[in-house]
Design a protein around this ligand. Structure first.
Ligand SMILES: C[S@@+](CC[C@H](N)C(=O)[O-])C[C@H]1O[C@@H](n2cnc3c(N)ncnc32)[C@H](O)[C@@H]1O
Length: 157
């Protein structure tokens, strides 16, 4: 997301929060280290999504690893947050929550989706992933706009 906003020249106008309940997941993410193999497997998606340059431009190479450049990493605010329990802290334009709901039973999924909905501004977007959807939840206020990546828009009258 930070790379996308950078390429649209709006990264400095945006605030990105990266949250998780797991402290280790957060500290790993803060380091911004990926394997070169992982980056290579993402280049196709980057280009399909309209990427303008070469993905490796955003990384410093270090042996078999690549470290995200500070111009991309520093604007991201990392923080511990338990979705569904901690208070929603913002009205977001976009929430990306990939591969988390699948670990919960339907009842809890409903609660988590409501928490995300309450954190979206009107017209905002919720992005899941290609392997999870809101099929079992069917919230009329969350309209499916991309059935490939399961992206929903929060529509309120
Ligand atoms: C399978 S990982 C997905 C990571 C990443 N989004 C991806 O697609 O590769 C699921 C993550 O959700 C986090 N998680 C699970 N329940 C959560 C909750 N209620 N609030 C915040 N994070 C949660 C876990 O700690 C874990 O890091």
């Amino acid at each position: 997301m930070a790379i996308l906003l950078k390429e649209e020249n709006i990264l400095d106008k945006c605030t990105i929060y990266a949250t998780d309940i797991n402290q280790k997941a957060l500290s790993d993410a803060k380091r911004g280290v990926l394997s070169i193999k992982d980056i290579q497997s993402t280049i196709g998606d980057y280009l399909t999504a309209g990427g303008k340059y070469h993905l490796t431009e955003y990384f410093n190479l270090n042996g078999e690893n690549a470290v995200l450049k500070t111009s991309i990493l520093n604007p991201i605010q990392f923080g511990k947050h338990e979705l569904g329990k901690d208070h929603p802290f913002h009205e977001f334009d976009i929430i990306i929550c990939r591969n988390m709901l699948i670990y919960y039973q339907n009842f809890h999924q409903q609660k988590l989706v409501n928490a995300m909905k309450n954190s979206l501004c009107k017209g905002g977007y919720l992005g899941l992933s290609n392997c999870e959807s809101l099929e079992g939840i069917a919230d009329p206020q969350l309209k499916l706009i991309d059935s490939g990546q399961n992206i929903y828009q929060y529509l309120v009258q």
